[in-house]
Design a protein. Structure first.
Length: 254
């Protein structure tokens, strides 16, 4: 089972982080700065039609199982251009929040911490990949959240903090977790090895969160000088919420 105290502690930290738009940012806001991530992906009810999705989900493309975008789209109404997934038949659409404010800050040479706080696609100060899953009628039947491997390696080293989603977005109770065995060549990072899949069913939704923190065969946690390299450790979180009748028909990424 998930350890409640660990999740409660992480959730308290997360609540503080989500409130982190600085006074400097407010003072330098352009005339029409968008509301930063006002609508959360977990606010979208299963069954919501593509036409009813919020304009905050501004940029769209076909998804890749929680990975980077592929074919660009003009909006969620073009979901059918994305190849249906084997097993579920769902169409995955990657999306980004409006990134105009982030790029305004970069152009204005705002302080680094201010830019980092206002990046378009992040949770708990970590870059993430968002996607929605549509059936053939254009209704949302699920969504995915995954840590973004393009994140700065010094920040991505804490990507397993996204496990807090379990408590923050979906509630602390009802989880069942499996600690998966090491594959040949996998090693701990600093004495810690995590290869865990947790799941629960709630309100017609099947929720799965997969957490990795280890070294793959041949990887090193640190380069010369002690700086983590971008592809030298496996620290990631992949989360999926899907209609319960489709549960077990998708495959976690990576």
């Amino acid at each position: 089972m998930i350890r409640p105290m660990r999740f409660l502690a992480r959730t308290a930290l997360v609540v503080a982080l989500l409130g982190g738009v600085t006074a400097v940012a407010l003072a330098q806001t352009p005339e029409r700065a968008p509301s930063i991530r006002a609508v959360k992906i977990w606010d979208i009810a299963l069954g919501t039609p593509a036409s009813a999705l919020p304009p905050a989900f501004a940029i769209t493309a076909c998804g890749t199982n929680g990975g980077p975008p592929s074919i660009p789209l003009q909006g969620f109404h073009e979901f059918a251009k994305c190849r249906p997934e084997a097993g579920t038949g769902l169409h995955e659409v990657w999306f980004s929040y409006d990134d105009e404010f982030e790029y305004w800050l970069r152009a204005a040479r705002a302080p680094t911490h201010q830019i980092m706080t206002n990046r378009a696609n992040q949770l708990f100060d970590l870059l993430v990949v968002f996607s929605l899953l549509f059936d053939d009628l254009g209704r949302v039947q699920g969504y995915r959240i995954a840590s973004d491997p393009r994140e700065d390696p010094l920040v991505r080293f804490d990507a397993d903090m996204l496990e807090s989603l379990a408590a923050f977005a979906f509630g602390i109770d009802g989880w069942t977790c499996d600690e998966l065995p090491r594959a040949p060549g996998e090693e701990p990072i600093g004495g810690t090895f995590i290869k865990r899949v947790c799941g629960k069913v709630d309100g017609g939704r099947s929720i799965t969160i997969r957490v990795h923190r280890f070294l793959k065969p041949g990887q090193m946690a640190d380069r010369a000088g002690g700086t983590p390299g971008p592809n030298e450790f496996e620290i990631s979180v992949w989360a999926e919420v899907i209609a319960v009748d489709l549960a077990g028909k998708t495959v976690p990424a990576r």
